[in-house]
Design a protein around this ligand. Structure first.
Ligand code: ADP
Ligand code: ZN
Length: 364
């Protein structure tokens, strides 16, 4: 098992990463003195495949335990989803001495995290991310929340877990598109760190699909490490965290244009490709490197629908992103690996031509 220490102003905890590491979790629970009454909130699809392992592990903890199953969709990341969890916990007699364990992807983590943050002013929380995307991204940094009036993550708080257990064994049962979605964020990290990791990804990224445990473990450890160090330098997202939005300005436009029928990470891959073209177009990224940098995101196949959409709509949506002011779109753009610029503006025609080049270059 590999440990990454997350050291924040008020909280200090570890990410545990490895294959079949549920038993290490027990040690962590002992060390942290987390013996409490447990509420284990699990994504239904995860339960379908992994419930016997989960039940076996927790039953041996010998405390008050209740399981609550979530049918995951953005719709349960809502007031009603929260209400159901609070009601369940009250009905079962949970109080402040509760440890909530969230087992699932990003939807589960966000919703259950916010429930734990607010139930009786906050009870202890552990994340067990079961998607690649949640492991490398949403389970790190303490963001929790629900959607409100069709706006994603409108209501929420920063609430740090006591530990995050990343057992890569869960990823074996992920549908292919969910893996691609996680790969989107991984590719993003490929541009944020150094050329060693970039080259490693170029060589090995497709082996995630065939579940090579050593490759996956290395990728998760490195990606989680990058996210952790960025988050520690900017806990509440004032500035430095912005580099994590590489590819995301385009991605949010695409997700919205496709009515969220594409996966977040698929959009991030298309977004990274567009950002590389835009950066070259603006003269920030040296054209000699462009092809080399594009070769990583272009290794991943995207769904056919990326071939055909309204570019102008996407740009209009990008203009209204909550991260932009006065209709000016701000981009995060790579100059080289590890050298990322934030808050770069561009003319509409240049943005459009970058998107066009993305459409022409991706593989389907
Ligand atoms: P994320 O935001 O992490 O991509 P979600 O919470 O939306 O993920 O989950 C994506 C989908 O994958 C959901 O349908 C969820 O039920 C399913 N899922 C999550 N973890 C697993 C797993 N380990 N095996 C199979 N399906 C999973
Ligand atoms: Zn993202």
């Amino acid at each position: 098992v590999q440990k990454i220490n997350v050291s924040l102003t008020q909280d200090n905890y570890s990410l545990l990463i490895g294959q079949n590491i549920f038993n290490q979790f027990r040690e962590e629970i002992d060390n942290l003195n987390l013996y409490k009454n447990l509420v284990i909130i699990i994504d239904e699809n995860v339960a379908k495949f992994h419930m016997s392992k989960i039940r076996q592990f927790f039953s041996s903890l010998g405390k008050k335990i209740n399981y609550y199953f979530l049918k995951p969709s953005e719709a349960i990341k809502s007031y009603r989803g929260l209400n159901n969890i609070y009601s369940f916990m009250l009905e079962k007699g949970y109080g402040r001495d509760t440890l909530v364990i969230a087992i699932g992807g990003g939807v589960t983590g966000d919703l259950v995290g916010f429930a734990a943050a607010t139930f009786m002013r906050g009870v202890q929380l552990v994340h067990v991310p079961t998607t690649l995307l949640a492991a490398v991204d949403s389970s790190i940094g303490g963001k929790t929340g629900i959607n409100f009036q069709k706006k994603k993550n409108m209501i929420g708080s920063f609430y740090q877990p006591k530990t995050v257990v990343m057992d890569i064994d869960f990823f074996k049962t992920l549908p292919k598109r969910e893996i691609t979605s996680g790969i989107g964020e991984v590719i993003k990290y490929g541009f944020l760190a150094d050329s060693d990791f970039f080259d490693f990804l170029k060589k090995n990224i497709n082996q995630i699909y065939s579940f090579e445990p050593n490759i996956i473990e290395k990728i998760v450890v490195t990606s989680a490490g990058i996210k952790t160090s960025v988050v520690s330098s900017d806990e509440k997202e004032f500035g430095a965290r912005k580099i994590l939005n590489l590819g995301h300005t385009f991605a949010h436009g695409l997700e919205s244009e496709f009515n969220f029928k594409i996966k977040h990470g698929e959009a991030v891959i298309a977004g990274c490709i567009s950002a590389l073209f835009l950066s070259a177009e603006l003269g920030l990224l040296n054209r000699d490197y462009l092809e080399e940098y594009l070769s990583l995101p272009l290794k991943i196949k995207l769904p056919n629908r990326f071939k055909n959409f309204n570019i102008n709509n996407v740009i209009e949506i990008m203009k209204h992103d909550k991260k932009n002011r006065d209709g000016k779109i701000k981009f995060v753009l790579p100059v080289s690996i590890g050298n990322i610029l934030i808050d770069i503006e561009a003319e509409k025609n240049v943005i459009a031509s970058s998107i066009k080049k993305m459409i022409e270059s991706i593989s389907y």
